[in-house]
Design a protein around this ligand. Structure first.
Ligand SMILES: [Zn+2]
Length: 287
C-alpha cells in the first residue's frame, strides 16, 4: 500500500473514531491528522491511553517528601522503572535536590499546583499564580519546564483546561487506577487494588507522601512486572497512543504494517467500544 493510501485509510478510521467520541474531546486548533498519533493531537485530557502493548504509567503525587521520595527513587532504580511525579510547588521549593535527582534518573516531573487547592473553585488569576510558581520551581530544580498538569483532587473545569492548555501548553493528566492510598489502608490493600485494576494503558495514581504506599511498591512492581506489564512515563504512554480499531467494513485488501496497526493486546481487558482517551473523572478526594 502506498503511503498516501495508508494515510487515507488512517484518516477514514480516525473520522469514524472521532464521531464516536466527539462529545468527550476537545479539539486544539493545531490538530494534525497526519500520523498514527493523530488521535492524541486533538486531546488535552488523559485518564488512560489506548496502547498496542502492555504499557502502563505509575504516577506519584503530592511530593517530594524529604524521606519517602528518596526511598521510592531507590526502589524505582532497583526495578529499572521510570515513573512520573506530580509535585507540589511548595515542596519543590523546600527540596529541589530531590526533584533534580528524580529528573536526572529519568523520571518525569509534572505540575500539581503550588499548595494543592481546588482549582475549579478559584479565579483564573489564582490558578495562574499556582501554576506559574510551580512551573518556575520545577524549571529552577530540573532545568526544564513541565508539560503536564494534574489538578489537585482531579478537580478542574472544561474552561480552565482550555486556557491552561493554551497558556502553559499543559496536557491534563488524570488517572484510571486509584488505590485510595491517601486513606492509608495499609500496603497490602494498596498493592491489591493496583494489581486488580491496572491494565495496558493505565495511569496509576499513588502518593509518595504516605509510608504505606512506599512499602507497597516493591511487591506491587514485582507483581505488575510478573503480569508482563512494562512501565513508562506519561509522555511515553501518550506517544504510544493508537486509535481504537475502526469497524472493518469494507475489509482493506492490503495489510497494515503490524507496528502501526491498532489492535487490542491479548492482555487488554478494556472494552473495545470505549474511547482511546477517556473523559475526565468527576472530582474525587484523590489526586
Ligand atoms: Zn494531590
Amino acid at each position: 500500500m502506498s503511503v498516501s493510501r495508508f494515510l487515507l485509510f488512517c484518516f477514514a478510521g480516525l473520522i469514524a473514531a472521532h464521531a464516536l467520541r466527539a462529545e468527550s474531546r476537545i479539539a486544539t486548533p493545531d490538530a494534525k491528522i497526519n500520523n498514527e498519533n493523530a488521535a492524541t493531537e486533538s486531546s488535552i485530557t488523559f485518564s488512560s491511553v489506548h496502547v498496542d502493548g502492555p504499557y502502563i504509567a505509575m504516577t506519584f503525587d503530592d511530593g517530594p517528601s524529604a524521606t519517602l521520595t528518596p526511598k521510592l527513587l531507590d526502589i524505582l532504580a532497583a526495578h529499572h522503572i521510570k515513573a512520573t511525579f506530580f509535585v507540589i510547588g511548595e515542596n519543590v521549593a523546600q527540596h529541589p535536590e530531590i526533584v533534580a535527582r528524580a529528573a536526572r534518573e529519568g523520571h518525569e516531573i509534572g505540575n500539581h499546583s503550588w499548595s494543592h487547592p481546588n482549582l475549579a473553585k478559584m479565579s483564573d488569576a489564582g490558578v495562574r499564580n499556582q501554576l506559574q510558581r510551580t512551573d518556575d520551581a520545577i524549571k529552577s530544580a530540573t532545568g526544564g519546564h513541565p508539560t503536564f498538569l494534574r489538578p489537585p483532587y482531579g478537580s478542574i473545569t472544561e474552561r480552565e483546561k482550555r486556557w491552561i492548555h493554551d497558556e502553559f501548553g499543559y496536557r491534563i493528566i488524570l488517572w484510571d487506577v486509584d488505590p485510595y492510598d491517601w486513606k492509608r489502608p495499609g500496603p497490602a490493600i494498596v498493592r491489591n487494588r493496583i494489581l486488580k485494576e491496572t491494565r495496558p494503558g493505565s495511569i496509576v495514581l499513588s502518593h509518595d507522601i504516605h509510608p504505606g504506599t512506599i512499602e507497597a511498591m516493591p511487591s506491587t512492581f514485582d507483581e505488575l512486572q510478573a503480569k508482563g506489564l512494562k512501565f513508562v512515563t506519561v509522555s511515553e504512554l501518550i506517544r504510544m497512543a493508537v486509535p481504537r480499531q475502526p469497524k472493518p467494513s469494507p475489509q482493506p485488501t492490503e495489510s497494515i504494517p503490524a507496528a502501526l496497526a491498532p489492535s487490542v493486546s491479548p492482555t487488554a481487558t478494556t472494552p473495545s467500544a470505549s474511547p482511546a482517551v477517556t473523559p475526565s473523572l468527576a472530582p474525587s478526594p484523590s489526586g
